[in-house]
Ligand binder design. Sequence first.
Ligand code: UDP
Ligand code: MN
Length: 271
Amino acid sequence: MSSPNKAWVTLATNDSYSLGALVLAHSLKTVGTVYKLAILITPGVTAPMKRQIEAVFDEVKVVDVLDSKDQTHLALMCRPELGVTFTKLHCWTFTNYDKCVFLDADTLVLQNCDELFEREELSAAPDPGWPDCFNSGVFVYKPSQDTFSKLLEFARTRGSFDGGDQGLLNMFFKEWSNTDISKHLSFTYNVVWSSTYSYLPALKQFGQNMKIVHFISSSKPWLQSFNTETRLVTSTHGGSGLQELLQLWWDLFCRHVHPGLSTEMGGLAGQ
Ligand code: UDP
Ligand code: MN
C-alpha cells in the first residue's frame, strides 16, 4: 500500500550531499516505507547526478534561491550566511502532501519508522549539544505556504543564532522545549553521531532500538576512506559503534548507488 499524501523529504545542494541523499532513499526503501520520497536540489547538483536522483525519488524539486525574484531572494540578500538554510525552508512548499518528515542527507534509516507520520508539527528529537533545543536533522512538519512565508520573514528579520537552520527553527518553534511532550521524538529517531558523543552505557542499553542515525559534522560517511578491494570503510574518527554504521552506509552505497553512477560516468565514479 502506498500513501500519496505523505512524503519523506531531504535536501542536496551539491553532488557530495546527493550521495548521502541517494543512500538515504535506498535505506528508506530497504525498510519498506509506504510513503513517497521527495527531494529539494539546487543547480549545484550536476546533470548526471540529477538523473540518478530522479530514478530513485518520486518527486524532485529544483530550488534556486539566488535566481528567484521572490521573497526568498529578498530574504537572502539580508542574510547571505543563510544560503543552505533558505533552501531547506522550501520543504514547507511541498503542499501537495499533507504531512512530511524532513531528513538531512547525512541520515540513514535503520528500521521502518513510518509511525513518525502520526506526529504533529513540529516534532523532533533533542539535540545532545543542548537538549532544550531540537536537532533539525529529523523533523515532522506540515507543508504550508503560509508557514513558509512566516519562516522567511522570521529569518529575514531575526536571523539564526547559530547561523543555520537549527537555530532558526528552534526560535520559530520555540514552544517545542516546554509545551507538548508528544512533539519530543525519542533520541532513537535521530541518533546524532559525532566523534565526541559518548554515553556508552546508554548506547549499550538502547543501541538496538536505534531507528535513524545522523552522521553530523566530520563523521559524514562519504568523507571516510573506503577500500574498494576489501569493501571496508576505515574511519579516522573511531568511536564505539560508528564504524559498523558507516559500513552499513557503504554497503547500501555499493549495492544500490555505485552501479548507477559508474554506468552514468563511464566507470570512474566513486572510486
Ligand atoms: N546541505 C547541503 N549542502 C551543503 C550543506 C548542507 O545540501 O553544502 C543539506 C544536507 O541535506 C545536510 C543538511 O543540509 O544534511 C544539513 O547540513 P549538515 O548535515 O552538513 O549539518 P550537520 O548535521 O552536520 O550539522
Ligand atoms: Mn546533518
